[in-house]
Structure formats: C-alpha cells, structure tokens
Design a protein around this ligand. Structure first.
Ligand code: UDP
Length: 325
C-alpha cells in the first residue's frame, strides 16, 4: 500500500510543488487548504479538501479516517512587513492553528511531522553562512511565529510526543520546469516575482527596498533556492523521518547569496527587458545578509542540489509567468 501524506497548504506555491513530487513518486496525498492566499491554480495533483486549520474537530475526523503516516505543514502567512503591522493575525494562524493541527494529530495518533520553517528565525545572524545551531533572534512576528513552533516541536520530540523535521527555508524561487506549477500568490511580495511582473508591465516599476545596507552594493543579500530542490529536500526528509524516526532541524539553501541588484540584473538579462527600477527606503524586518550553511542537510539527507543557478531559477519563473499571459 502506498504511503499516505496530508499536506496543509498544498495549494500554495511550495506545497504544490512538493505534492506533485510526492504523487509522481507513488504516494497518496490529501491536501488541506483554505485557499486564503492562493489562487488555487496549482491544485493539479493529489486529493483536495477545502478546510481551515482552525477547525480542529474536522481535521481530527479527516486524520482518523485517512490515517496518514505523516503530515507536511506548509499552511501559514508569510509576509514579513504585514506581520509587523498585524502580529496577532500571524500568531493566531502560524502558532495557534499549528497547535490545533498538532492536537488533531495527537488525538488521531499521527506522529510524523514536517514543518515549513524559515531563515527568518535567525533574525540578523552574527555569522554567515548561518548554521542551524546559531542563536534564534527573530526580528519580525513572522520569524517569531516560526521560532515558537520550532520550540514547541523540540519539547514535544524530547518527550517522544512527535517526530519532526523542521526545514528552515531561505529564499525560495523558481517554478516547475515542466511548466505545470509556479508561484500562485494573489498578492506577490517576493523580489523575483515582482521583478518579472514589472517586466510584464503588471507593475509600473520595481522598487529596491534600501541601498544603504552594509553589503558590497548596499542592497540585501539572499540565498535563493529553486523550489524543485526544496521539494526534493522534503521527500528526503520524509524518507528519513519514516525510516529513522529521528527529529532534525535543517537549513534549506545553497550556501551562497545574491544581492537585490544582482537579482534585478539577472531578471533584466533573462527577460531581455530593461524595466524601470527605483531606489526607495528600507522595508522593515529585512536582515542585511541571509545565507545558509547547508552542510547538515547535504550530509544527513545526502541532499544534492540540481538547480543551483540563479539564471535558471529566473528562467523557470519567467516561463511560468509568460504562460499565464
Ligand atoms: N525586495 C526589494 N523589492 C521588492 C521585493 C523585495 O528590494 O519589490 C528585497 C527585500 O527587501 C529583500 C529581498 O529583496 O531584501 C528579498 O525579499 P523577498 O520578499 O523576496 O524575500 P524575504 O527575504 O523577505 O523572504
């Protein structure tokens, strides 16, 4: 019998790419998603039930009858500046609803959990590339919400209430190279996506949020990881969790960074469009440099990136955006 996995947020950008890979590897997938921040265009693989994670009884019933071997939890709010404006919204969903989900899992005796964490848990790291054992000092309610869930998972694992792998995503970008899936946000905030929307003429110009950071060109540096490599990391993590039953926290990035200006130059090259760029003030909650030390995931999961190439990442995203017209 095939493994059964419940994927919360499986209609979203990252979740949908993972769902496709799970289904293509022969697993059964049930997506739970309230479609609150996504268009739903990525619901192409697996089974889907529209449900809000606040509905614990319903989730418990689903777990009791579906009996998944594992839950992958992607559903969350992710916009850093919004989390500073509306912290309660972020804690209520990202922490509160995760607790309800964990409660439903416990009641239905589902023990394996893969959590979508974020490099935002580090805040402004003292050392880059940043290792998993670095101090967690989030500088936004978004990052704080992820760090809080990680702390809960750590204590639960210590007491053998759960087995989990927490994947700390750096900057996820790119799209399905087969063109079936891509970023599906109703309100895109991410740099690469906004650059390409500008190239398409959907935004009048692209803003650079801050040019006075302590970096070589004054703009923030990020570690951009292709969504297909990140999806692969989830499959490796699931394998590890089910075979070893050992909890882990792992950075997901390539171990190198690009500045905002470098990303924009690459986007202009890939699209062959010199869209307008304007420099503006810093965006709250942005650390100057975030780069993963990925030694641990490479070693423990034998993770081998296949799409470690900024130009390719942008090409795949551009192909998706152009397909959408
Ligand atoms: N950024 C920018 N203009 C935009 C969107 C993002 O200058 O229109 C910058 C942002 O300030 C950050 C980097 O690009 O330094 C990456 O931001 P993004 O929102 O893509 O990801 P985050 O690092 O916040 O997860």
């Amino acid at each position: 019998v095939p493994l059964r996995v419940v994927v919360t947020g499986g209609a979203g950008y990252i979740g949908s790419h993972v769902v496709k890979m799970l289904v293509k590897s022969g697993l059964e997938v049930l997506i739970l998603d309230n479609l609150s921040t996504t268009s739903g265009e990525n619901l192409r693989f697996g089974k889907f039930e529209k449900v809000d994670l606040g509905k614990e009884e319903r989730i418990f019933q689903i777990f009791s009858s579906y009996k998944p071997q594992a839950v992958m939890h992607f559903a969350a709010y992710i916009v850093v500046p919004e989390s500073i404006e509306k912290p309660f919204k972020y804690y209520y969903n990202n922490v509160g609803n995760t607790l309800r989900l964990l409660s439903a899992m416990q009641r239905a005796q589902v023990k394996n959990f893969i959590f979508s964490s974020s490099a935002a848990v580090y805040g402004i790291p003292k050392e880059v590339p940043v290792k998993e054992e670095a101090d967690l000092n989030p500088i936004s309610p978004y990052g704080e919400s992820k760090a809080m869930v990680e702390k809960i998972l750590k204590d639960m694992a210590m007491a053998k209430e759960i087995n989990y792998i927490s994947l700390r995503y750096f900057n996820v970008a790119g799209a399905d190279p087969e063109g079936e899936l891509g970023p599906s946000y109703n309100q895109p905030t991410h740099l690469i996506l906004r650059a390409l929307k500008t190239a398409k003429g959907e935004l009048p110009y692209l803003e650079i949020y801050g040019t006075d950071y302590p970096t070589p060109d004054g703009t923030c540096i990020r570690d951009y990881i292709h969504v297909m490599d990140l999806a692969k990391a989830h499959l490796l993590a699931l394998d590890y969790l089910l075979s070893k039953g050992e909890s882990l926290v792992l950075n997901c990035g390539y171990g190198k960074g690009y500045s905002v200006r470098e990303v924009i130059n690459t986007a202009q090259k890939v699209t062959a469009i010199n869209f307008e760029v304007r420099e503006t003030k810093r965006r709250p909650g942005d650390p100057p440099v975030l780069i993963a030390d990925n030694t641990r995931i490479c070693k423990i999961l034998n993770f081998q990136p296949e799409y470690d190439d900024l130009e390719l990442i942008i090409k795949h995203t551009w192909a998706w955006e152009q397909k959408k017209r």
